[in-house]
Structure formats: C-alpha cells, structure tokens
Design a protein around this ligand. Sequence first.
Ligand SMILES: [Zn+2]
Length: 329
Amino acid sequence: MPAFVNAHTHIYSALAPYGMPPPAPPPATFLEILERVWWPLDRAIDERALDVSARLYVAESLLAGTTVLVDHHESPNFIEGSLDVIADACQALGVRALVCFGATERNGGRDEARRGLDECRRFILANRRPLVRGAVGLHASFTVSDDTVREAGDLCRDLGAVLHVHMAEDAADVEDARARGYAGPLERLIALGALVPGSILAHGVHLTRDEVTMAADAGAWFVQNARSNRGNRVGYPMALTSTPRVALGTDGYPADMETEARVAAETGAEHGEPPSVARTRLENGGALAATFFPVTPPADLPLPDIDALRAEARREAPRLWARLREASS
Ligand SMILES: [Zn+2]
C-alpha cells in the first residue's frame, strides 16, 4: 500500500460526519462558513471530544494508506495540553505527524494568542515521541495582530521550528492585510519576520504568481486543499503552478489522499491544468514530510479496531453537538 502524506488537515473535525447540526441560517460567504460552522465547532472541543476525534481520524487515515499527517489544531476552550492528545493518538497508532496549535485572537484577543503560542512552545520543548514533531501555528493573518505574527516568527527562530498557517484562502484574508497597510498576508508575514524557511502555507488561493515565487524562494511549502476549496467556493489556486513546492492536504476532510488527488485533478482540469499537476503534488507530500522526518522512524503499525472507534465516535458526538449549540448561541 502506498504511504500518503496529508500535508494540511484538522483532526479536531473528525466527528463532523457523525451528525453535526447544520448551520442556521445557511452561510453565504467564506467568513460566514467559519463563523457558523468551524469556529463554533472548535470552541466546543474539549479534551474528551478531541481524544475520540484524534484516535478516529488517525485510524481512518491509516486505513486509507496515509501514514503522515500535518495537523493544524484549534480548540480555544482546551488549549494547554491539546497537542499531547493529538500526538498520543498518532504515536499510539504509528502515524507520523507534525502538529501545531493555530494561535488566534478571534475569541480572547492577545491573551488567547499568547496561550496558543505557549502551547506550541511547551509541546516542542517537552515532546519525546519519536513519531511526532511540533511546529508553530497561526490560525490566519486576518485573526491576529502584528505583535502576534512577530512573536510567532521569534518563536520559530528560538526553537528551530517552522510556521504553519492558512494563507490567502479567501479574498477576505488579502483585504484584511491591505486594510492593515500591507500588500497582502504573505508580505505581512515577511515584513514581521514570520516566514521562516520550511514554513507551511495552506491554500494560497488568492496569491499572485510573484507572491508564490517569493514565498517558495524563501523556503516555504504550499498545500492545495482541493475538496475544501471547492466546498467553500473560495476559488482555485492558479498561481501555485509557479513553484514545485506544493503538496496536497484535506483541510479536515478524511485523509483519503486518492480522493483528494482526484478532486484536485478535476478542479485543475476546469482551469486548464493537466492531471499530472495533481499527481505530482500528491507525491510531493513525501518531500515535505522528509523535511521534518529526515530519517523515517520505525513504526510498528498496530491494527486499529475501527469498528470500536466508530462506535465510540457515535456515542461521543451528541455530547459535542450539545456543546456546539451552546457555543453557537
Ligand atoms: Zn485548514
């Protein structure tokens, strides 16, 4: 079985297929999708829900042939220790992972962002699991202040870590950076010293070719998330063909990389790109993973009891939806 790499995902969303209540009223824009679907969900995540989500998502990944996950985590009401819950699930099931907490100011301002960055620092310094590494995370340019972006860059340099952030996923991220006086969110990261070599930029839908080239020259990787981009109707990342440094991610969808690559090829064809672009990006995941796992650590692949994990998810999900309704109201 080929070993696939999912270069950008959100393990915390694993229970969504288990009856997540639909948003009301239905969201019309990308920001409304975040505000009515994903942000209430991440606010509802507690330790128990994350533990069930992580063990299920990682086991389902393995069954789909995905043995490396690059996770971007958010759970503003369970920050400290959250990365251990995800890392324990990955280590226990034999899946390699790069994990980070996506620091943000969207619920609790600068204090919330500091706690997010502190969780990244704590994890990177304390982690001893051979299969898991830590990164520094920012949610996205449009939910953090200049001070937080600067601190994230400083933390990367202090710890020799890379940054993992959503980049120009929707035009709203670009408009926000311009309103703050920057040419765009990429230029903002660069100006504030946060685009360290090896950084992982998810999406890049609304970047120009010059911007993609500038980021790749600075050593960044891009991750295309075709199913998510199509589902959220944010556009197609045309400029990513300016660099070979592009891998595929599922952005919270199950880590079935063959399906992701098929949708990448379909949406690429609609924009005049040959199917080889998606296939190469799928294979590029190996090169991205090799940057944080230069030597493949031996992994004993246990056989997860997927039926038991799915049954546990069915039992846990209603409690999470009750918390979600509370977080939405
Ligand atoms: Zn994402």
